[in-house]
Ligand binder design. Structure first.
Ligand code: 2RA
Length: 358
């Protein structure tokens, strides 16, 4: 049947990307509701109809928000305030923020990796989308973790400004223009220090132990998605002056020696992973010149000449699509295929098949 769907945060970077993907998707939509917290009245054209964005604060009666699915793309504060009230109406909430990810009643889903964790409707009525840097990491790691025993994973991320939304992009562009015109540029607002022509080794607040929030998220979320509470993973997360596309230099140390050919074969056969196997012929992925924004792009795959148990790879993905909007849409498609929408609480897994789920 055609579904009623709402998008909360419709005018933001992720919300806008999601609406475009939703429009092209095969999901039959009866009624679309678009909500925003910040902007004034705005219209969206969607499948030949025009929709007005509604202000979230104008909702009088929470029962009026009931739809089959609500995508939350407006950041943690909005999700924390409105996520549970929306879910309490029977709406399946798919949340892209950090508000519920580690809640045991909320599955944390990357459909290509752990679709099996979404075979029943969660009691909370909420499904969480992991952080963008986690999603591309676990999609690249999945075939390796499924095949080999892992000793530890060490990575550095190079994250784009759009991870901080449209305002993050604007701040980067304004800052770059100002520096090129010879001024110091505006003070930083979305970032700890100005990002233009700079590199910032901090994403999110730093704990007393010296670990930034984004680094803690990568560890906790990867462990939850793989169901491996003792997975050894440590990261340094860095913001770079790139508009869109997160990059990660990932070092995986296995328990045993690793053969490059086997790793290449596993990555090349992983659906949704594009392997750049030969640097001379294929080059390597970079965020500005990324190919298909639905893929995770992996290059510079090499065994450490000093340690035959160690492997490096360079992983790049579109943080707004793979890292947020597309993953959220795939979660919705999985929930629909598994009959988790509306009154149907019993579930038969069918329709969407992803290989070797955890
Ligand atoms: C960032 N990963 O790039 C965050 C967004 N959720 O800032």
């Amino acid at each position: 049947r055609a579904l009623d769907i709402s998008v909360v945060g419709a005018t933001g970077a992720v919300g806008t990307a999601l609406i475009k993907l939703l429009e092209k998707s095969e999901i039959a939509i009866n009624r679309l509701r678009l909500f925003s917290c910040s902007s004034g009245a705005r219209q969206f054209k969607f499948r030949d109809q025009t929709y007005l964005v509604e202000a979230l604060r104008d909702i009088g009666d929470i029962a009026d928000t009931k739809t089959d699915i609500a995508f939350f793309c407006a950041g943690g504060d909005v999700s924390a305030k409105w996520g549970a009230p929306f879910a309490s109406q029977g709406t399946l909430v798919i949340d892209t923020s950090n508000s519920f990810r580690m809640d045991p009643d909320v599955p944390l889903i990357v459909p290509q990796v752990n679709a099996r964790s979404l075979t029943v409707r969660p009691p909370s009525g909420i499904v969480a989308n992991p952080d963008c840097s986690t999603i591309q990491l676990v999609r690249a790691l999945k075939p390796l973790i499924a095949t080999f025993d892992i000793h530890q994973i060490i990575l550095t991320t190079y994250q784009a400004a759009s991870g901080m939304g449209l305002l993050g992009c604007k701040e980067l562009l304004n800052g770059a223009e100002a520096v090129l015109e010879g001024s110091a540029g505006p003070p930083a607002e979305r970032f700890p220090v100005p990002l233009a022509f700079n590199v910032i080794p901090q994403i999110g607040e730093i704990s007393r132990e010296g670990v930034a929030l984004e680094e803690r998220k990568l560890v906790q979320e990867s462990r939850k998605i793989f169901g491996m509470p003792h997975l050894q993973l440590t990261a340094t997360c860095v913001r770079v002056p790139v508009k869109t596309g997160h990059s990660e230099a990932v070092y995986v140390e296995f328990d045993d020696h690793v053969r490059l050919e086997q790793v290449r074969e596993l990555l090349a056969n992983e659906p949704g992973v594009r392997l750049y196997a030969d640097e001379i012929r294929d080059g390597y992925p970079t965020p500005r010149f990324l190919g298909d924004p639905a893929d995770v792009h992996v290059g510079r795959v090499r065994v450490n000449p000093e340690n035959p148990r160690g492997l490096w790879m360079w992983v790049v993905a579109d943080n707004l699509q793979v890292g947020a909007a597309l993953n959220a849409l795939l979660i919705a498609q999985l929930a629909i295929a598994n009959n988790l929408i509306g009154e149907h609480e019993d579930c038969q897994v069918r329709g969407v098949e992803f290989s070797r789920s955890f």
